[in-house]
Design a protein around this ligand. Structure first.
Ligand code: MG
Length: 261
């Protein structure tokens, strides 16, 4: 049976100065007060007491964390406008934000930089079209960098254009798509690009993306704004809105919240 003193001896012996020392049968005497005090002082050298992380409440009715900006909770579109700056023209149906094809993109009124974004989306249960024409929409970070939204459940297209791709730049690590008509989640960490004084790119944007809880983009580098044709090329810009794409399909969204990083 190990006594408390023996236990203290073993712990102190194993941890002193980061050196692993094996206790022997001869180590029968508990360390004296001075020795323990010295160990404590050595251990304190690597303890960081500042800064103290701000408390975030994650228990609020299973909803967003307490420091999130709720962009859409099913009730209204006060935080949104059209891509032209006019009042939002998409529908809110049964608490869901639904693309009205042909009306153009929707964007937040607020601009953002580095963010954590949670967004849920659903492609139509009635399947129509093929490839890029099946349940297409998109989440544009800073109005420029698209994470593709698409029905990629048994729907062949170029993989750097399927759901959870960084459109035309990065293929997702796996296809974590659910069937059309089912709700899906994106959890995104986006680090905005930084530009030097002369306007040239200093630090490219990066994206980490979980699709339905599965890691599909692991801190990938964004090469520039999303382009349909040709290579992306960074152009200097400041903070910008989160934008959702009208690509001709009545894709629905819900539970959209964002944390500024
Ligand atoms: Mg799209």
């Amino acid at each position: 049976m190990m006594t408390l003193n023996n236990l203290l001896l073993v712990v102190a012996t194993l941890t002193v100065s980061g050196t692993i020392m094996t206790p022997t049968i001869a180590d029968t005497q508990p360390p004296d007060y001075k020795t323990l005090k010295k160990y404590r002082e050595q251990a304190a050298v690597t303890e960081l007491w500042e800064p103290v992380p701000r408390l975030v409440d994650t228990t609020i009715n299973g909803g967003p964390p307490s420091d999130a900006i709720v962009l859409f909770d099913g009730n209204h579109l006060e935080r949104w406008e059209s891509a032209e700056g006019t009042p939002p023209h998409w529908d809110v149906i049964d608490g869901h934000l639904v693309v009205v094809p042909g009306t153009g993109n929707l964007r937040t009124r607020q601009a953002f930089g580095d963010v954590q974004l949670h967004i849920e989306w659903r492609t139509p249960s009635t399947v129509s079209g093929e490839g890029q024409n099946r349940g297409n929409s998109g989440v544009f970070l800073m109005e420029r960098y698209e994470i593709q939204v698409l029905d990629s459940f048994g729907n062949k297209t170029y993989p750097n254009g399927q759901a959870a791709s960084i459109y035309k730049q990065h293929i997702p690590l796996v296809n974590a798509s659910k069937a059309p008509g089912e709700w899906q989640t994106y959890d995104i960490v986006f680090m905005a690009p930084e530009f030097s004084r002369d306007g040239r790119i200093k630090r490219s944007a990066t994206v980490t993306l979980f699709h339905n809880g599965v890691l599909v983009q692991n801190n990938v580098t964004v090469h520039g704004p999303t382009e349909y044709i040709g290579e992306p090329l960074y152009r200097e810009h400041g903070e910008a809105a989160l934008e959702l794409q009208d690509h001709g399909a009545p894709v629905a969204y819900r539970n959209i919240w964002i944390r500024e990083l």
